[in-house]
Ligand binder design. Structure first.
Ligand code: SAH
Ligand code: SF4
Length: 387
């Protein structure tokens, strides 16, 4: 995959310095060509940053002194800052990450067997206001830069001191399921995902990088043209009437349009065996009865998909309730009987409030923000969860 979308170089704290951390391979090559340097210099720098975990340009020894001196004047490698880090007894690790301007986002690493999935944020807050989501309740503050998005992966690997040990393989999967709607921060998210897949950076397989969207259809159509990552769609309701209430963007892009866009995304992939993950947050008495499960089974009949059920995670300002285990099982059974592959997210990181957002909530409580659920799933159908 090549990234041809617009280059927006991020200024660092020192006026005018380009933050090399957020440049995709194509952007980095262009940057060095524009400086009158050869392309392979871009590749060396990518490796220093994303294979080696190096941020000091002075330490990039194979660049040669004059290029290093030149770069020091115009560029920097600046990851976001860790505001706090917490470890759960089950191995889940969670960070509150401070971004330029003082905002906080969260990142969670969930190990499971021989995998570890990193849940990454794309925006500070979110403008879409889904009724069951506490990020939505915070409103939208700003988009993260590409450096701040890929920087979450960089920080996670750094925190395990794992850059030296096997190319950062401490993280095997990434899900764009932290704060924010990734498709509303398109260019920066695509540049960061390019780095996740890029061999000169993290080299993750396209099946192991998943973008989750609430259904920004025009942006999803564009994504099909520039990306091959796995797709998860937050459906949460089997009909437009209910989805309009839960996921307001449905009024603009209703279910039929969204599912058509999903089918097109899958059709655009080289590998025709790929499926979209349908995320369905189960809320007691709202969208969790057996009739609704049947309606969902019918709705998805022609969509190549698997279904991930997420029992609702309660938070302070929400009146919704988590359904009982029996209700979840009944819903699950209907879908399984209809022939679907269905996973149910289990809770991880309870002792550190890894139902993410809660950490950010603690740190910034004085501003009145509350905890929020963040979930991670694995595009290869593994059943894992934070929540
Ligand atoms: N904005 C994107 C990605 C982030 S949300 C999206 O909406 O898809 C990641 C997943 O967590 C989404 O499926 C979202 O609907 C779900 N989610 C949000 N709040 C939740 C809650 N309180 N309980 C359970 N799932 C929740
Ligand atoms: Fe935004 Fe996703 Fe939360 Fe909806 S569920 S408000 S799109 S983060």
């Amino acid at each position: 995959m090549t990234a041809t979308h617009g280059i927006s170089f991020q200024a660092g704290p020192q006026q005018g310095k380009v933050n090399l951390m957020g440049l995709s391979r194509v952007q980095m090559e262009q940057y060095f060509l524009d400086m009158g340097e050869k392309k392979f210099r871009a590749h060396q720098v990518l490796k220093w940053i994303h294979h080696g975990g190096v941020t000091r340009i002075e330490d990039m020894s194979n660049l040669g002194r004059s290029l290093r001196d030149k770069l020091l004047g115009v560029a920097e490698v600046r990851p976001p800052e860790i505001a706090s880090q917490q470890d759960s007894s089950d191995g889940t690790r969670k960070w509150a990450v401070r971004v330029d301007g003082g905002g906080l986002v969260e990142t969670v690493l969930i190990p499971a067997g021989n995998r570890a999935t990193l849940c990454v944020s794309s925006q500070v807050g979110c403008s879409l206001d889904c009724s069951f989501c506490s990020t939505g309740k915070q409103g939208f503050q700003r988009d993260l830069s590409a450096a701040e998005i890929i920087g979450q992966l960089w920080l996670a690997i750094k925190s395990y001191d794992a850059f030296q040990s096997g190319n950062g393989r401490i993280v095997t999967n990434v899900v764009m399921m932290g704060m924010g709607e990734p498709l509303l921060n398109f260019d920066n998210v695509v540049a960061a995902m390019d780095l996740m897949l890029e061999d000169l950076a993290y080299g993750l397989s396209k099946r192991r990088v998943t973008l989750s969207t609430s259904g920004v259809v025009p942006a999803l159509n564009r994504l099909a043209e520039v990306s091959e990552v796995s797709l998860a769609v937050s459906l949460h309701a089997p009909n437009d009437e209910l989805r309009n209430q839960l996921v307001p963007i449905n009024r603009k892009y209703p279910i039929a349009m969204l599912l058509e866009s999903c089918r097109n995304y899958m059709a655009a992939q080289m590998d025709k065996n790929r499926v979209v993950t349908i995320e369905y947050t189960l809320i007691a008495g709202v969208n969790d009865n057996v009739e609704q499960a049947r309606e969902l089974a019918e709705l998805l009949r022609n969509v190549p998909c698997k279904i991930n059920l997420i029992p609702f995670n309660t938070f302070a300002q929400s009146e919704y309730q988590r359904p009982s285990g029996n209700a979840v099982s009944r819903f699950w059974q209907v879908l399984v009987d209809a022939g679907y592959i269905v996973t149910v997210r289990t809770t991880r990181g309870d002792d550190i409030d890894a139902a993410c957002g809660q950490l950010v909530g603690q740190v910034v409580d004085r501003t009145g923000r509350s905890g929020r659920y963040r979930a991670a799933s694995d595009s290869d159908a593994q059943i894992i969860t934070v929540g």
